[in-house]
Design a protein around this ligand. Structure first.
Ligand code: BEZ
Length: 215
């Protein structure tokens, strides 16, 4: 099986590439800015575009929900800092929302390149709608890519955060459409002893390899 990665996209389990860059909150080194938090690095195609405006304002409206989960948000496009500042000012004036997170001005596209956010088949110049979910030890835990013409679902991004934090805390897995409060998957047994333990448990059982429990 080939493990080539010609597109150079950081994959799940990889260490998130570090970088130093200009943002609307000043120059940052990504790893220092992230600190001990989880981070969501997300790209949008361009400033002053309609779908992007709906996405960024929704991230802003729900930023407290990310903060409650110890997740820091940071946006990125290949626009200049002046464009970002004009756009954030425009959003504040027209929609009444101050974006609480920084926007990276990746004018030379170096961060977009490092994170595989430029998909030439979709656009030669604009970043696609990427979401990188990075844990506090800087491991990429999930990546999601959306095209230029369809906005993301912020509830799903939050659900993914909840699922991964639950996985880490309880050593379990989360089933399809899982939401906080619902039963989780008991990891499948790896030994005959574990098969017996699970069969003798009060877990919700479908078969020895598919059991759910409350947490
Ligand atoms: C938008 O955000 O509306 C958008 C951006 C780039 C291409 C198409 C749509």
């Amino acid at each position: 099986m080939s493990t080539d990665n010609p597109a150079g996209i950081p994959r799940i389990g990889d260490t998130a590439p570090d970088f130093t860059v200009a943002t609307t909150h000043g120059e940052i080194r990504f790893s220092e800015w992230q600190g001990d938090s989880w981070a969501i690095l997300f790209s949008h195609p361009a400033d002053f575009t309609p779908v992007c405006t709906t996405e960024l304002t929704e991230f802003a409206r729900r930023s407290e929900e990310f903060a409650e989960r110890n997740v820091k948000l940071i946006g990125l496009s290949v626009d200049s800092i002046h464009s970002h500042l004009a756009w954030t000012q425009n959003i504040k004036e027209k929609i009444g929302i101050q974006l609480p997170f920084p926007l990276i001005a990746d004018l030379d596209g170096s961060v977009a390149e490092a994170y595989g956010m430029l998909h030439p088949g979709e656009s030669a110049t604009l970043t696609v709608r990427a979401v990188f979910l990075i844990d506090p030890i800087r491991t990429v835990r999930a990546l999601v890519y959306y095209p230029l013409n369809a906005g993301r679902n912020i509830s799903e991004v939050l659900r993914l955060v909840d699922a991964l934090q639950t996985v880490d805390e309880h050593g379990v897995a989360c089933p399809v459409d899982w939401k906080p409060g619902e039963k989780v998957i008991v990891p499948p047994p790896k030994t005959e002893k574990e098969v017996l333990e699970r069969l003798n448990s009060d877990f919700e059982k479908v078969d020895f390899y598919l059991m759910k429990k409350e947490i």
